[in-house]
Write a protein that binds this ligand. Structure first.
Ligand code: FAD
Length: 376
């Protein structure tokens, strides 16, 4: 390919979704990754497709993205394992029940289906939860996918629309005039370069307000039906918002194989990939508090991954402040599987000068140009 219109660094799910949208929009796209497709955070994540309500922009991006996943669903191959199991937010006590009602109103006001369950309704929906929980909120249109296969599918869509993918190519630096310097010393020029390198994006765009936030996951052996929905304690929100300390929360996902993925932890300043036993113990104890029977089941594997966290919990999508030739699609923290499709659509809308599906300003990297919110 002669100089592409768009050079995307990163073949994770975000780079893949951007490539698919840009190629479909008629742009000549080249994607580079130093590893395989979806081998970064995309391989480490849980694959929960979820509408969130921390802020209006977070809602807009997650909702738009979930809609795009549902539109794509008929085309998804079986290995993407799309499962419309829904989310069940679990309330332990009256205080968390008031959060159920607040969340319920928020979703209802914005046309998102949700159903508040009392204690008996929760028990009927998930018999293995411990007795005495206060209730929950069922969001039936949330779903689960297998992220590496979804990234591969999106890249194959991009390739079918004319894009090119090169793996095992390491990028060492990005030049403001619109060129990437490769590890072999060569350079590739492009109309625009998109840094979609996830938690490694700051190494290519120095000064980017993205920090790595480590997470642990465990996968069990096969126990079909042990849980039926993605279950998350409402205390999860406190955990996701806690920036000053390590946190864990009960978050479990049924897989089509009958296995369960158990999460989740969050740690800043924990760079390595090694498993931290005390964090793992806390995470599993939390799961056992909610699902006492799970302590008797077998776990097969434990691993870690790093989320790309921004100070305001929104991704960076659009031109960087360095140069309008260098764009960003990064900083998706724990929602990049969900929001990959909305990110790809928004990025392509901006690059092609189309009206955007959702307002672009909340995700614009320029918001950090001065007076930037900090991580603390
Ligand atoms: C424990 C955990 C659970 C999660 N659960 C969920 C969930 O349930 N739902 C959800 O929506 N999200 C979840 N996430 C978040 C989600 O996994 C990420 O937001 C998403 O995978 C980010 O995708 P990405 O394409 O931006 O980054 P990545 O998948 O990390 O892709 C970046 C790519 O860039 C490449 N790269 C980096 N540097 C270079 C370079 N210099 N040269 C060439 N290539 C380079 C890497 O090899 C990599 O393939 C979770 C994350 C974790 C850690």
């Amino acid at each position: 390919m002669s100089a592409p219109d768009i050079l995307i660094i990163g073949a994770g799910i975000v780079g893949a979704a951007c490539a698919a949208e840009c190629a479909r929009g008629g742009l000549r796209v080249l994607v580079l990754d130093r590893g395989p497709i979806g081998g970064g955070t995309t391989a480490a994540g849980m694959g929960h497709i979820v509408v969130m309500d921390d802020s209006e922009p977070q809602f807009a991006l997650t909702h738009c993205s979930r809609t795009l996943w549902h539109e794509l669903r008929p085309q998804l191959p079986p290995d993407v394992e799309f499962d419309g199991c829904g989310t069940l937010w679990v309330a332990a006590d009256a205080e968390e029940m008031s959060e159920v009602h607040r969340k319920h109103r928020f979703y209802n006001d914005r046309g998102v289906r949700a159903e508040a369950l009392d204690s008996a309704g929760l028990k009927a929906a998930e018999p293995n939860l411990r007795p005495g929980l206060a209730g929950g909120l069922l969001v039936p249109d949330d779903a689960v996918i297998y992220p590496p296969s979804a990234a591969a599918f999106l890249l194959h869509q991009a390739i079918a629309a004319g894009a090119e993918l090169r793996t095992d190519v390491e990028v060492r630096g990005l030049l403001p005039e619109g060129a990437a310097r490769l590890a072999d010393g060569s350079q590739i020029s492009a109309g625009r370069i998109v840094n979609a390198a996830g938690p490694w994006s700051p190494s290519l765009t120095p000064g980017l307000p993205v920090r790595q936030r480590k997470g642990h996951l465990v996968i069990t052996d096969r126990y079909p039906g042990f849980v039926r929905h993605q279950l998350i304690e409402l205390g999860y929100l406190k955990s996701a918002h806690a920036v000053a300390s390590d946190s864990v929360a009960f978050n479990i996902q049924p897989r089509q194989t009958g296995q369960m993925l158990i999460g989740s932890s969050r740690q800043f300043d924990a760079d390595g990939t090694e498993v931290n036993q005390p964090i793992l113990d806390r995470m599993l104890s939390r799961a056992i508090e909610y699902l006492p029977g799970i302590g008797k089941l077998s776990a097969l594997r434990t691993w870690t991954g790093h989320r790309a966290a921004t100070p305001d919990k929104l991704p960076l999508i659009g031109p960087s402040v360095v140069s309008d030739r260098l764009w960003l699609a990064t900083g998706h923290e724990g929602l990049g599987i969900t929001t990959s499709l909305g990110t790809g659509r928004l990025l392509a809308d901006l690059l092609l000068g189309r009206a955007t599906t959702i307002p672009a300003a909340p995700y614009a990297p320029a918001r950090f140009a001065k007076g930037a919110p900090s991580h603390d």
